[in-house]
Design a protein around this ligand. Structure first.
Ligand SMILES: [Zn+2]
Length: 203
């Protein structure tokens, strides 16, 4: 909901519209370096433990320096390159869960002048997870056991398949009060979904 309506009563009724659309935006130059972010960026970063990605720290840095795994980087690179090449904006759904909530998000990639790109991320809806799930990205994949987690749909994989993080099948991998180690990737369903989308655009 982009606007909140406030009714303040003093000697008369006053109606004020405030734009409270919670959208993070960042702009990329033609080499995918971050040129700027909007002001909401910092609120979102702080709410999500993102002190390292506050506005002043990310400007001038390469976007892909913030994406640890090759599959997610390739997927995002494909989307951005496609938008830059076709000069047509593209919208993709994804998940960015917090420990207690499933967050259904949307990413809009919008072409700008001179090969620049604007990326908008907004929350479409949220759902409570059946149980809290804390994740930590594994630093050394040989050092400790971990699950794979899809950076697009946020499902986790225990080698038998991909499951919602609160699915009973994967509950044995979670201990209350302790994070479960994960390595991010993109699941085959999300990869296929992107391929289908791109081929439909080409047709
Ligand atoms: Zn996925």
């Amino acid at each position: 909901m982009p606007f909140i309506l406030l009714n303040l009563y003093r000697d008369r009724l006053i109606t004020i519209f405030i734009d409270v659309e919670q959208v993070t935006k960042y702009w990329l130059d033609e080499d995918n370096k971050i040129i700027d972010t909007n002001s909401y960026w910092n609120s979102f970063a702080m709410d999500n433990d993102g002190g390292k990605v506050l506005r002043d720290r990310v400007i001038g840095k390469h976007l892909f320096g913030y994406i640890a795994d090759d599959n997610t980087r390739m997927l995002l690179d494909t989307l951005i390159s496609r938008v830059r090449h076709t000069k047509k904006e593209m919208t993709r759904p994804y998940r960015c869960d917090s420990p207690q909530r499933k967050r259904f998000m949307e990413m809009k990639i919008i072409p700008q002048e001179d090969g620049k790109i604007c990326v908008e991320n907004r929350i479409l809806r949220e759902e409570e997870l059946a149980e809290r799930r804390d994740f930590k990205t594994v630093k050394n994949e040989k050092g400790q056991p971990f699950l794979k987690r899809c950076s697009v749909c946020n499902r986790v994989n225990d080698k038998t398949g991909w499951y919602e993080p609160d699915h009973p099948h994967v509950s044995k991998y979670f201990t209350k009060g302790k994070p479960t180690f994960v390595a991010y990737s993109v699941c085959s369903d999300c990869q296929q979904d992107l391929k289908n989308r791109l081929s439909r655009l080409q047709a």
